[in-house]
Design a protein around this ligand. Structure first.
Ligand SMILES: O=C(O)C1=C[C@@H](OP(=O)(O)O)[C@@H](O)[C@H](O)C1
Ligand SMILES: C=C(OP(=O)(O)O)C(=O)O
Length: 428
């Protein structure tokens, strides 16, 4: 049975909207996990409420932590997190969340009994081998090389070598729990370059803020000393990667979109949008006066193609590809072969769906070539991928008659996407 179709609204003029964004998925799921591993009760404020975040909350509760929502608003939910002894016997649903399937198993290896993991049908195809092998070499028993699997600890930590070229989350996952291993951990990456370095920096910055000693002075080598993870009271930043489709709307319609609360310093991959969108023809800046943290992006209605290596910020690819499909000059996206292991094979999905609408997109070994060609009405399939769904919405702004299949899949990181999109377009 195919999922419902959502008629993507076509813009009737330049957008002029301010779009507050809920909290970062990546920060939320790291903060919740670190709080559950901490040396006392802590608070995570303005956490994202979404499928991936809900899955993390359920996983941590199943492992024995207590998470109580104390305040809920449009800005997110405040969680009081009280760590408990890590409990075996749990059954964990990772959904399609990379942050659950890669971050929770190292914590589960500290439990007092076996922990079972499974997820969505496609989650069983997402790469897990390197992190599971790493946990095995540290002493855990694991009965499969992908979801579903059962992990049985305990493990003491130590030294491990792995190939993290398929996902930075293999490194982040090990780093997040490492201080709780008796010997800490030393991780050495061997293989093609690790993608998404900003996400590894996010992990390290959050660990250091919790008092954990991390040595990352040598490339592809990380050492975490054993010790407590300090309980914190932290506020989650807005999700800058989820800003991508909204900021893209400014370029497509020749309008202006403002995102409040854009951090001045951040490790989020989405911060790279400032440079990428400038290259594609936007004006990007802070409002005059310099006292606010608003980010303002304006377009001209004409989009310039881009030649970009997105290896460090792969999750921005679907939005950039959607813009490229509407650009007046060709684009080349490089360095993102690891996107074949994301929510879907994003390179194949983007090429297929852009071409289905009459576009000219070609998959390369490590990216996409997208050449200008007029697009027409049709169905844009989402493959249960939140960022494919929002890419379809971006194209629909300029192409009448685009219908996005399963727009509800945006609930992975942004359950309010449709309302926010409609509100952006309705702003007088
Ligand atoms: O650690 C994280 O929060 C993430 C790391 C990245 O994963 P990959 O390195 O697998 O691309 C990113 O694409 C994903 O959306 C979130
Ligand atoms: C790759 C992504 O997610 P995940 O955390 O499931 O890997 C993403 O959100 O673009």
């Amino acid at each position: 049975m195919s999922a419902p179709l959502w008629p993507a609204p076509t813009a009737t003029g330049p957008v002029a909207a301010t779009v507050p964004l809920p909290g970062s998925k990546s920060v939320t799921n790291r903060a919740l996990l670190l709080a559950a591993l901490a040396d006392g009760p802590g608070v995570v404020r303005q956490a994202l409420r979404s499928r991936d975040a809900d899955l993390m909350v359920s996983a941590l509760r199943a492992l024995g932590a207590t998470l109580v929502p104390t305040r809920e608003s449009a800005a997110g939910v405040d969680w009081e997190v009280t760590p408990g002894p890590i409990r075996g016997g749990a059954s964990i649903d990772a959904g399609l969340a990379g942050t659950v399937m890669r971050f929770v198993p190292p914590m589960a290896a500290l439990a007092d009994g076996p922990v079972f993991f499974d997820g969505d049908p496609h989650a069983r195809k997402r790469p897990m081998g390197p992190i599971l092998d790493a946990l095995r070499s540290l002493g855990a028993r694991i009965d499969n090389d992908a979801l579903p699997f059962t992990i049985t600890g305990p493990l003491a930590g130590g030294e491990v070598t792995l190939d993290a070229s398929g996902s930075s989350q293999f490194v982040s996952g090990l780093l997040l729990t490492a201080a709780r291993f008796e010997k800490g951990i030393t991780i050495r990456h061997v293989g093609p370059p690790v993608p998404s370095q900003p996400h590894i920096e996010m992990t390290i910055e959050m660990l250091r803020a919790a008092g954990v000693t991390v040595d990352d002075s040598e490339r592809d080598l990380w050492r975490v000393e054993p010790g407590p993870i300090a309980a914190r009271d932290l506020t989650v930043e807005p999700d800058l990667s989820n800003a991508a489709p909204f900021l893209a709307a400014a370029l497509v319609t020749g309008g202006t979109v403002t995102i409040p609360g854009w951090p001045v310093h951040t490790t989020q991959a989405g911060d790279a949008l400032r440079g990428l969108l400038t290259t594609m023809g936007a004006t990007v800046g802070r409002p005059p006066g310099g006292t606010t943290t608003d980010l303002v992006v304006s377009g001209t209605g004409e989009i310039t193609g881009i030649d970009a290596d997105l290896h460090e910020v792969g999750e921005l690819t679907p939005a950039i590809a959607a813009l490229a499909a509407l650009a007046t000059t060709p684009s080349r996206i490089r360095g993102v072969s690891h996107l074949r292991g994301h929510e879907t094979d994003r390179l194949a999905a983007l090429a297929t769906e852009i071409n289905r609408l009459g576009g000219d997109a070609e998959e390369t070994e490590d990216g996409l070539l997208i050449r200008p060609r007029p697009l027409h009405a049709g169905t844009f399939h989402s493959y249960d991928d939140h960022r494919m769904a929002t890419a379809g919405a971006v194209i629909g702004l300029a192409v009448p008659g685009v219908e996005v299949e399963n727009i509800a899949t945006t609930a992975k990181t942004l359950p309010e996407f449709v309302q926010m999109w409609t509100a952006m377009l309705d702003t007088p």
